[in-house]
Design a protein around this ligand. Structure first.
Ligand SMILES: [Zn+2]
Length: 157
């Protein structure tokens, strides 16, 4: 399942990426019509909170109108309505670029803080922006929230 999140759902898009989903976000300036067309071409479900978008003729079968306003509730709504698995493939995509991460080559690890370098890994690298990912305390906190959502519970925030 590939997704496109409207610009109001940028936070949700990052969490979908954290769970391993391909979750695109709009190019600045894209209007509703263009976004719906993009969803069709790229075979994505377009997630939005914007009710008028659903009224477009081309929206049928492509647009999912989220009822929930807050992140935790949206996460559980996606689990319920689209069977999103919040533990599908955690931390395999860049939170910024949405690209699939590669295993980090050993020389890239020197860019991590010293304590992080001591971790067992996995260390991963974004082929787009070059950001290095490692399983530190931030990733552990994010994983706890993903685990809560996967179990159908509200996260910690
Ligand atoms: Zn990136």
């Amino acid at each position: 399942m590939r997704l496109l999140c409207d610009e109001m759902l940028g936070g949700l898009a990052r969490w979908l990426r954290a769970a391993g989903y391909d979750a695109a976000t709009p190019v600045p300036g894209d209007d509703d019509r263009r976004l719906i067309a993009r969803a069709a071409v790229e075979q994505r479900l377009f997630l939005t909170r914007d009710r008028p978008i659903v009224q477009h003729k081309a929206a049928a079968g492509l647009v999912v109108l989220l009822e929930s306003q807050h992140l935790d509730a949206q996460a559980l709504e996606l689990r319920r309505r689209l069977a999103v698995d919040w533990l599908a493939a955690p931390f395999t995509r860049c939170l910024r670029c949405n690209l699939r991460l590669d295993p980090a080559p050993p020389q890239a690890l020197t860019r991590a803080p010293r304590q992080a370098q001591a971790l067992a890994g996995p260390f991963r690298l974004c082929p787009g922006c070059g950001r290095l990912y490692w399983p530190g305390s931030h990733a552990r906190r994010m994983r706890a929230r993903l685990e809560a959502w996967a179990a159908g519970l509200q996260g910690d925030g």
